[in-house]
Design a binder for this molecule. Structure first.
Ligand code: ZN
Ligand code: ZN
Length: 415
């Protein structure tokens, strides 16, 4: 019952008695309802003609059932009459079913037009690709299809939306402006994620592989095999005097090891919408000063373990006691603390990518010429991250703030 209740947001007019869970639809809620209460007594009829998933969605209370005339909130995807909140968004039965099927069957649609078809009630079946994209852009959540529930936070924001829309319905122009903005933010998030997937060696998938490799190396070490770690680098090309100064030597090896990552961060930045429009000097400044911070964000998932080893890459194994040779215990303590903090936030790839983009786009770096332009770009990425986090299933109301609070720590560590 719990699941059913959690799955679909129930309109506040709901006075259903078929589930104890509904008891919290209080009088106060009713007063806020944009819908009249007439007809509400019929509203416990489950509305699932195209769903077999009654277990998950059965207790949906639809506005339609509350009486045709009561309906004033349109489907956010196609503008048709909505039947309630589905997967986090006010949507019609058609779009609800379409979204669910798309996720469950993992369908990969293609657009046969230019990739930005307008989705309206009358043509919503014409392009599935663009309809699905719009579902995501207006905030439908894949997670809630899988998990079958969404957080109090999403419910609360749905309530707020009902209140807002019922006091002042959206005009056509407002709707258009909102849709354009939502699509812009969604497209930007996708572009940043794509840049991340193309360039980063520490996406979730790759990190999983690294950690597995780390486990197997640890097993071999524990079994007594001599794997000769840390010398993962060809010592022979180092001059004798370099080798004798263990600190300098350690730093050189370390810098060489993270060199490929520098290139990846540069590539990532270049793919960020807007980065190449900045003047070249500023691009350089942002990269120079931001690289180490981005590197720390990327590396967080492999840094936290108390293991003796750190895998910076497939063939890039560092023993932890090797790091001590760099004689910067404070730096490493900071890095490990930061990594642990980041790890606890359980960021998705999209969130990591946006966090990295925000870090690069810092208008307050020393020597930036056009800081306003950089800040404007950063603001967009911040909005993407805010949106991404607000749709999370994890009940963490302060996550956005927590992520941002990591930034000063980042800066202090990298300087
Ligand atoms: Zn619709
Ligand atoms: Zn299309």
């Amino acid at each position: 019952m719990e699941t059913a209740q959690e799955t679909s947001f129930v309109f506040p007019l709901n006075v259903v008695e078929n589930s104890g869970d509904h008891a919290h639809s209080t009088k106060a809620d009713h007063n806020l309802s944009p819908f009249k209460l007439e007809g509400a007594e019929e509203s416990h009829v489950t509305h699932c003609q195209e769903d077999d998933m009654t277990g998950m969605e059965g207790v949906e209370n639809t506005a339609k059932q509350a009486g045709e005339n009561d309906l004033c909130l349109p489907c956010k995807v196609c503008g048709d009459k909505s039947s309630g909140f589905h997967y986090g968004v006010m949507a019609c039965e058609g779009c609800k079913g379409f979204f669910r099927r798309s996720i469950q069957k993992k369908i990969d649609y293609k657009c046969h037009f230019s990739g930005n078809c307008a989705i309206e009630r009358i043509n919503r079946n014409r392009c599935q690709h663009c309809r699905f994209k719009k579902c995501l852009a207006v905030g439908m959540s894949k997670e809630s299809v899988r998990i079958g529930r969404y957080s109090k936070r999403v419910k609360q924001s749905n309530m707020d939306e009902i209140k807002r829309l019922s006091s002042k319905p959206e005009t056509a122009a407002e709707r258009e402006a909102r849709e354009r903005h939502e699509m812009e933010i969604y497209t930007l998030s996708q572009a940043v994620l794509q840049a991340h997937n193309l360039t980063c060696e520490y996406t979730k998938e790759k990190v999983d592989a690294l950690l597995q490799q780390q486990d197997s190396i640890m097993m071999r070490l524990n079994a007594g095999e001599d794997l000769n770690i840390p010398p993962t680098v060809d010592y022979s090309k180092w001059k004798p005097e370099e080798r004798s100064n263990s600190k300098v030597f350690a730093w050189k090896i370390f810098c060489e090891a993270i060199m490929p990552c520098t290139q990846h961060v540069v590539e990532f930045a270049k793919c960020l919408p807007g980065f190449l429009t900045l003047q070249q000097e500023d691009q350089m400044t942002l990269l120079k000063q931001g690289f180490f911070e981005v590197w720390m964000i990327y590396l967080s998932p492999v840094m936290l373990s108390e293991e003796r080893l750190i895998l910076l890459g497939r063939d890039n194994v560092f023993a932890r006691d090797f790091l001590a040779r760099m004689e910067t215990p404070d730096l490493w303590r900071h890095i490990f603390e930061f990594a642990t903090g980041i790890h606890q936030l359980r960021l998705s790839d999209t969130e990591v990518a946006l966090f990295a983009a925000i870090t690069i786009m810092s208008g307050d770096r020393g020597g930036i010429k056009e800081s306003k332009q950089v800040e404007d770009l950063q603001e967009k990425f911040l909005e993407c991250l805010r949106r991404e986090i607000s749709r999370r299933e994890v009940k963490d109301n302060h996550l956005f703030a927590k992520v941002l609070m990591k930034m000063p720590l980042l800066c202090s560590t990298s300087t």
